[in-house]
Design a protein around this ligand. Structure first.
Ligand code: GLN
Length: 266
């Protein structure tokens, strides 16, 4: 009998303990739920290679800055999203879209047929072309003078693709050797230090590199086809593609685009 009473008291104690714990829990969850009323802002993860001024570079505060960064900040604002930036090698960008590490590439990326097989591009937002950087006073006057020269390019870029194809099969320019660098600036430094003969790179960074090495190097037109820059999303992510395109249209129409061009490019 005594045992039975003891058993029921224990049971009662245990059940009230469970009840208290349960109520305690429900109280706990109720407080954060007041904050949850305003849903957390979505995060747009932008992938870039902050080695491509004026489109992307690391600013004085150590954070990525540049035209593309400012443009994506505007896009995120109009999408009510927070922006997070992943800075990586240019050649890793497309793969990172594929594995979900990033949502959007904004990296002065040229639309090409090959890349279109792997990603979906937004509307274009900038037209550029390849330039050839050479030492001041050099005899190279055009792309055909790249014959038998050692040419530096940024790995995985259109400059690399054009010159490497030439090296392997096209033989339009008959270059002697292609040297690939992770950063355009490293190619330019090798040019300044006489280790290579020329650098083939997009027009805007070319002008920036020439300006920061005044007197030592100049940039000449390559005569290669013009290129369109666009942002890229994972293949099939039409929801994001449409939102980014809508924001881009708005940004172009309301004068924000021109303001950013003046601030970063002209
Ligand atoms: N526009 C070139 C390309 O898409 C270079 C881009 C870059 O170096 N960030 O390949």
């Amino acid at each position: 009998m005594k045992k039975r009473i003891l058993k029921s008291i224990t049971l009662l104690l245990v059940s009230s303990l469970i009840a208290v714990t349960f109520i305690g829990c429900s109280n706990d969850t109720s407080s954060p739920s007041t904050k949850v009323d305003a849903p957390p802002a979505a995060t747009l993860v932008m992938g870039t290679n902050a080695e491509f001024p004026p489109f992307e570079f690391v600013g004085d505060n150590g954070q990525p800055d540049g035209f593309d960064v400012a443009l994506v900040k505007e896009i995120a604002k109009r999408m009510d999203a927070e922006i997070k930036i992943e800075n990586m090698e240019f050649k890793s960008l497309i793969g990172s879209l594929g594995n979900g590490k990033i949502d959007l590439v904004a990296a002065g990326m040229t639309v090409t047929e090959e890349r279109k097989k792997e990603v979906d591009f937004t509307q274009a937002y900038f037209t550029a072309n390849q330039m050839i950087i050479i030492p001041t006073g050099d005899s190279i006057k055009s792309a055909s003078d790249l014959k038998d020269k050692v040419v530096g390019v940024q790995e995985g870029t259109t400059g690399d693709i054009i010159i490497s194809e030439d090296d392997v099969e096209v033989k339009e320019y008959n270059v002697k050797e292609v040297k690939r660098y992770k950063k355009g600036i490293d190619a330019v430094m090798d040019l300044v230090n006489d280790r290579i003969d020329a650098v083939v790179i997009d027009s805007n960074p070319a002008k920036e590199y020439v300006a920061s090495n005044e007197g030592k190097i100049v940039a000449i037109q390559s005569g290669m086809e013009t290129e369109e820059y666009a942002m890229a999303v994972k293949k099939g992510n039409t929801e994001l593609l449409e939102k980014v395109n809508a924001a881009l249209t708005e940004i172009k129409e309301d004068g924000t685009y021109d303001k950013l061009v003046k601030e970063y490019i002209q």
